[in-house]
Write a protein that binds this ligand. Structure first.
Ligand code: SAH
Length: 214
């Protein structure tokens, strides 16, 4: 199977329909990431199949859980999952945040190349109080332990919105240690989804936390 088919079939397995334009843009992004990564270290995953399975398919797992509105990706690095979300669902409003200037520079260049309107912010999440409670969703992948992450991400979510933490298989202990932090930040665990990435034995999980209305 070629890689584009692997991506398309894998996405379908995750409940995500990829049209030709999305696949085209994902390929443009993959090639740009690989090229840029030769000069500036953005990701340790450098091969096509690794990027498609471990980055792209992994990022797509969150899509069926996003309805509509504004999404903020905290600690997006080279745009995971934020850029992937925007490529596949351009109607969503995307804000990407990263503490490292070199990553934000890459994000801005990637957004321009892809022709996508994406807000890219160079800041630490804790310093972005002006944007608190403005988003329908906060997402974050591979950034920090759940207790810290809840304190960073939940403030951005408007009442009734959701914070989705993208985690690995060993989330239970981490989550248990984060119950107080989640409650303090006004959140409640709504759903936990465990899945295996298509064409791999990589186990992943999505911890979906709802922001209280009052
Ligand atoms: N989400 C990406 C990157 C993970 S690496 C992925 O899944 O591949 C973690 C990223 O979080 C790094 O790019 C780092 O610069 C960023 N980061 C760490 N602490 C942060 C903070 N407090 N605020 C914003 N970004 C942060």
């Amino acid at each position: 199977m070629n890689l584009k088919e692997l991506l398309k079939d894998g996405a379908a397995e995750l409940g995500v329909e990829l049209n030709d334009e999305a696949i085209r843009l994902l390929w443009v992004f993959k090639d740009f990431l690989k090229e840029y990564n030769k000069k500036v270290n953005l990701t340790a995953i450098r091969d096509d199949e690794g990027i498609v399975v471990k980055h792209f398919l992994d990022c797509l797992t969150v899509l069926p859980h996003l309805d509509c509105g504004a999404v903020i990706d905290i600690g997006t690095g080279p745009g995971f999952p934020g850029i992937i979300i925007k490529i596949v669902r351009p109607e969503l409003k995307l804000t990407l945040v990263d503490a490292r200037a070199k990553k934000v520079k890459f994000l801005e260049a990637a957004a321009a190349l892809l022709g996508l309107e994406i807000e890219c912010i160079h800041a630490r999440a804790e310093d972005l109080g002006a944007r608190f409670a403005q988003f329908d969703y906060a997402v974050s992948r591979a950034v920090a332990q759940m207790d810290i992450l809840a304190g960073w991400c939940l403030p951005f979510v408007a009442p009734g919105g959701k914070f989705i933490a993208m985690k690995g298989p060993n989330f239970m202990e981490e989550l248990a240690g984060a119950r107080t932090a989640i409650k303090r930040a006004g959140g409640k665990v709504a759903e936990i989804i465990e899945l295996t990435l298509p064409n791999s034995d990589i186990a992943r999980s999505l911890i979906i936390i709802r922001k209280n209305v009052s």
